[in-house]
Design a binder for this molecule. Sequence first.
Ligand SMILES: NC(=O)c1ccc[n+]([C@@H]2O[C@H](COP(=O)([O-])OP(=O)(O)OC[C@H]3O[C@@H](n4cnc5c(N)ncnc54)[C@H](OP(=O)(O)O)[C@@H]3O)[C@@H](O)[C@H]2O)c1
Length: 168
Amino acid sequence: MTISIIYARSLNHCIGNEEGLPWDLPCEFAHFNRTTMGHSVIMGRRSYEDHRSELPGRLNIVVSKQQNYPLVPNVKLAHSVEGAIELGLKYNQEVFIIGGTELIVNALPMRETTTVYESIIDVNCEGDTFLPEFNFDSWQSTLISKHAVDQNHRFSFEVWRRTRLSQA
Ligand SMILES: NC(=O)c1ccc[n+]([C@@H]2O[C@H](COP(=O)([O-])OP(=O)(O)OC[C@H]3O[C@@H](n4cnc5c(N)ncnc54)[C@H](OP(=O)(O)O)[C@@H]3O)[C@@H](O)[C@H]2O)c1
């Protein structure tokens, strides 16, 4: 079993604002789709409310403490990160934590979390959702791709893969 985390953050560690994502970067979203396709994706209730739909081709699991939180068909409900991971692993041996902050912060120290896909968007932006500054010194970091500003991408970005080196 493998737990992976995937997110995109600005230079000042912002991941969200009241409209959802603070940017519209089609190639970054394509990377997210490619990487998570066929796996389980675990998201917090607020992140689900950005779209209130199923991300196709993946088992979608929403985490909420609310007992009967209503979801669109096919999307599953879990009441803890651990419960969501257990459910996700029944579907596929790699599950992706896709945000927001509490889920990522909870999952990062787990021994089973071996990979983090981090997109760094070259902007300092305002927002209402931030990640703490993670220290990836004891992880192996690989730059997977870089994307320049163009007519469809207002900001440039880099995609990094961080792989846990030690299981200590
Ligand atoms: N840039 C990115 O990569 C990225 C990724 C994901 C999301 N986002 C953005 O981030 C924002 C949402 O993130 P967020 O951190 O505010 O919220 P969130 O994590 O999406 O949702 C928070 C809610 O999830 C539930 N939850 C979280 N941890 C839980 C736990 N351990 N046990 C049970 N329930 C738990 C709770 O729901 P209840 O209150 O219902 O109990 C909590 O209120 C949006 O703006 C979204 O667009 C950005």
